[in-house]
Design a protein around this ligand. Structure first.
Ligand SMILES: [Zn+2]
Length: 213
């Protein structure tokens, strides 16, 4: 199998806030990670099992409750390591003792598939995106035609601006998998389409961005 045909990515909507939870892994070794374990971990584990995939780790894009409220369930039901950026770990309160803290540039190998962690602060101090062979799972940093808010604890508009600039440097064909189903009828995009259409990429300066946020 080529690296592209080995790649398994499944987008699953769950919870009252239209969260997207992702399973990402290797079709050949049948291993995958669960990105943003929340709301219905048992159902998502069942979906993985129906695809004959075994969940071997959990990854959190950021600490917010709607992306992490299933970490406890994942730890109990699958007993796998769960990773979050070190700057967001303290916000997890009690359960932070049971998660692994990572830094920007960390990599995780799932079978033959490599996941690169990109620190994209702004929505939260430890927000991170996951880059997997030309696919970006972006959490609440970049949405289709929108970006994350920065008025919640730890949010910072200036950092979010720089994080969006960083993501804008990725290959234009990179497929974007956002953290919520916020855009009627569209569940994936590309970095190139966002740079052409997303209003936040049309702003010419940090000052314009700060005026809007
Ligand atoms: Zn969030």
């Amino acid at each position: 199998m080529t690296e592209t045909s080995r790649l398994y990515i499944k987008q699953i909507e769950a919870g009252p806030m239209a969260n997207f939870i992702y399973l990402v892994g290797d079709r050949q070794t049948r291993e995958c990670v669960m990105v943003d374990p929340a709301w219905e971990v048992d159902r998502i584990l069942r979906i993985a099992a129906e695809d004959d995939m075994k969940v071997t780790a959990g990854l959190a894009t950021h600490y917010h409750y709607d992306h992490t409220n299933g970490i406890g369930d994942l730890l109990t039901q699958a007993n796998v390591p769960v990773y979050i950026h070190k700057a967001d770990a303290p916000y997890l309160k009690e359960i932070q003792k049971e998660v692994k803290k990572v830094d920007s540039g960390s990599k995780l190998k799932i079978g033959g598939i490599e996941i690169t962690f990109i620190h994209t602060p702004g929505h939260t101090p430890g927000s991170q995106c996951f880059l997997i062979n030309g696919n970006l799972v972006s959490g609440d940093t970049l949405f289709i035609n929108a970006c994350g808010r920065c008025d919640l604890p730890g949010g910072n508009a200036e950092e979010l601006y720089h994080s969006l600039q960083l993501l804008g440097k990725l290959d234009e064909n990179t497929i974007l998998f956002p953290g919520h189903n916020y855009e009627e009828g569209r569940t994936v995009s590309t970095i190139g389409d966002e740079k052409r259409q997303n209003p936040y990429y049309q702003l010419k300066s940090l000052r314009d961005f700060l005026n809007l946020r």
